[in-house]
Design a protein around this ligand. Structure first.
Ligand code: AMP
Ligand code: GLY
Length: 415
């Protein structure tokens, strides 16, 4: 079978690595891919958001397409592929609204009593500001649309919240994504990510995981796409898992069916374990990055078997198996990320990394013979262990082998 993966980050590298182990795949493509993915798949130079070019390529070259990133899902790439008879993994454009519109997601949660922070949505900056003044701080301001994980301001004081409204609605920092804002209740508690496979009928959670969104060690600095992750999370007990299945996962899948927008693919539940129980912070309509890197290292079942079972709506017939133990991924980033950073620096030391440590490439490219930096998050160095400590120790052993100019990483992932 010929399979195409759409995307170019560490997540797509992890997906390609898992797929490359499937005996049923005769040819693996990744578009556009990156310097690391090029070693295990043929990279095709098509932008992940170029729906027409992707559909055209897939129609003649692929039997199955896996759409990994949020943007092409929100633009309807899965619908476009299915319309020309190409089997594709991922939610439809309408189902992907769970991620691409926070107002849609919050509306679903309100209507179906799925636990989340109380909120109001606004299209007028004045009304948003009046609401903030009425509620007081701490309070959370969110751009409605996609904003590369940066459209959320957790404001500890009122002025910060008011400034966030100006930034999103008046300065249009995130373009149209800020036409509408959500103002929501500030919640407290540890955060856990649950990724689940679903065919719209059955929902099968993967190993629980914890992301590290802040840039610097000790949860300091600005929010990023994620600086590291590990799985499973010791916080996510079987009791909490039961509550989440009953109050959050199952009701969300049922709600999407009732709304006429059945969700098929990977659904991402960003959860906060608050003093009053688990609540949804956000949904994503896809695998998380970097959570996917450690999670797929723990997967025993052939990933293609799972993708096909989801697409063909027979997930209930498949038993998904996981390895014991833990996995940990540490992101090595370009100095300056998530703000301005330079790229094009030579990456060295990858040849010194032991075989049991895997280096997922996020922002790299080949420049002649050299591998150079080509993004904010550059590498996701991932290892397994029988304990979390062991997995983290191994991952950091790998991190200490690599270097490039201005590189930085957090020293507390999985610790
Ligand atoms: P999001 O992009 O929605 O995942 O938000 C980014 C981060 O902001 C989350 O991982 C949380 O740490 C924080 N956050 C979002 N919503 C809330 C909330 N209602 N209360 C407290 N923190 C929040
Ligand atoms: N790691 C957070 C995300 O993928 O959105």
């Amino acid at each position: 079978m010929k399979v195409l993966v759409v995307g170019s980050g560490g997540r797509e590298h992890a997906i390609c690595l898992a797929l490359s182990k499937s005996p049923r795949i005769s040819k693996l493509y990744c578009a556009p891919g990156n310097g690391g993915i090029a070693k295990i798949a043929e990279c095709v130079n098509i932008s992940a958001t170029d729906i027409d070019a992707m559909v055209k390529f897939a129609k003649t070259n692929a039997d199955f397409v896996m759409v990994a990133p949020d943007d092409p899902l929100a633009l309807g790439m899965v619908d476009a592929l299915e319309a020309v008879g190409v089997r594709a993994f991922g939610p439809s454009k309408n189902a992907a609204k769970l991620e691409s519109s926070k107002a849609f997601a919050k509306g679903i949660m309100k209507k179906y009593n799925i636990p989340t922070a109380a909120y109001e949505a606004f299209t007028s900056p004045d009304a948003a500001k009046a609401y903030i003044k009425k509620q007081g701080a701490p309070i959370v301001v969110k751009a409605d649309g996609l904003a590369l994980g940066k459209g959320v301001v957790v404001a500890m004081d009122e002025q910060t919240a008011l400034n966030a409204v100006d930034l999103m609605m008046c300065d249009r920092k995130f373009g149209d994504s800020g036409n509408k804002v959500i103002i929501e209740e500030y919640m407290t508690g540890p955060e856990v990510t649950i990724l689940a496979f679903t065919d719209g009928k059955t929902v099968v959670p993967m190993h629980s995981s914890q992301d590290h969104k802040r840039a610097f060690t000790g949860d300091l600095g600005p929010n990023t796409g994620g600086m590291g992750a590990f799985c499973p999370s010791p916080l996510y007990t079987p009791e909490i898992a039961d509550i989440c299945m009953k109050e959050i996962f199952r009701p969300t899948i049922d709600a999407m069916n009732k709304e006429g927008t059945p969700f098929k693919g990977v659904i991402y539940f960003g959860l906060m374990l608050t003093p009053s129980g688990p609540r949804v912070i956000e949904y994503n309509a896809r695998f998380g990055d970097p959570e996917t890197q450690p999670i797929l290292m723990q997967l025993e079942t052939d990933l293609l078997d799972i993708f096909e079972a989801v697409t063909d709506e027979r997930l209930d017939k498949l038993q998904i198996k996981w390895h014991d133990g833990y996995a940990c991924c540490v992101v090595v980033a370009s100095g300056g990320y998530p703000d301005k950073y330079e790229t094009g620096f030579k990456i060295s030391g990858l040849d010194k990394i032991p075989d049991d440590i895997f280096v997922f490439h996020a922002g790299t490219k080949l420049s002649g013979e050299d591998l150079v930096t080509n993004g904010g998050r550059v590498l996701g160095i991932t290892a397994r262990g029988s304990t979390l400590e062991e997995a983290a120790l191994r991952a950091y052993r790998g991190v200490n082998c690599v270097s490039f100019k201005n590189a930085y990483f957090r020293t507390d992932i999985g610790r």
